[in-house]
Design a protein around this ligand. Sequence first.
Ligand SMILES: C[S@@+](CC[C@H](N)C(=O)[O-])C[C@H]1O[C@@H](n2cnc3c(N)ncnc32)[C@H](O)[C@@H]1O
Length: 249
Amino acid sequence: MTDVPRLEDCVFYHSFDLPGHGRIEGIVDLTVDPDTYLGNVAFAGKRVLEIGPASGFLSFHMEQAGAEVVAVELPVDHPWDFVPVVGLDMDAVQAERVVVMERLRNSFWFAHAAMASAVTVHYGDAHALPDTLGRFDVSVLAAILEHARDPLGILNECARVTEQTLIITEVLEQTLGDLPIAKVVPTAENASWHTWWTFSPGFFRSYLPAIGFGDLTITTCERRNANEMQTFFTVVARRSSPPAAELVP
Ligand SMILES: C[S@@+](CC[C@H](N)C(=O)[O-])C[C@H]1O[C@@H](n2cnc3c(N)ncnc32)[C@H](O)[C@@H]1O
């Protein structure tokens, strides 16, 4: 992007303390303790893939910690996996979303310029990562799988390009316990068109070893969403088996 967007053309998902601009309030404030949200992984010298950076706070944070970061974000006119909720005008939802996505993208590039960042962005769908992106030491999927109809499709795709570590952060719903469960969120009453799932930590503890990431730690943290605190859990899963292709002579 050559021209830096104007502040008034931005919607900030994340809060920032930006050089030259000061405090900018977003919907989500990760400024207090981003490291716990990211599972306290050391990023220095790592090549990192971040899926769904939104305004980019985590991308810039990992870059400042010494990582080379490549982010993958949906193109403005590419719909999320919306739930086809009965009674909602999905064309209207999508039209509104295009405007929000454009302003969200502006916020990323506004912060990118303020931070003199070198983070690069591929605009595409995380279900299909192009080989040109290369391979990564670490992949970060924070608050993204809950929004995907096919979360395991995205997870498998990230695992395919990740040499060392997957970091997955999701909302913790205590009532799910620790069976390997993904609870479907939409009901006729809540009309949730943007969120499909909440996962138990056990979901990842069960599945990730099956795809070669068997060395797991799971921690919890609090995240501020607007005026509400929400509990999240973070899975740090280290590769315990070589990528599948390497098993084939
Ligand atoms: C809830 S935000 C999470 C932002 C950030 N990762 C965090 O944890 O604060 C989800 C982001 O994922 C993006 N996203 C959703 N589905 C995606 C997909 N299939 N491929 C790439 N990005 C996606 C959205 O556009 C949005 O920027």
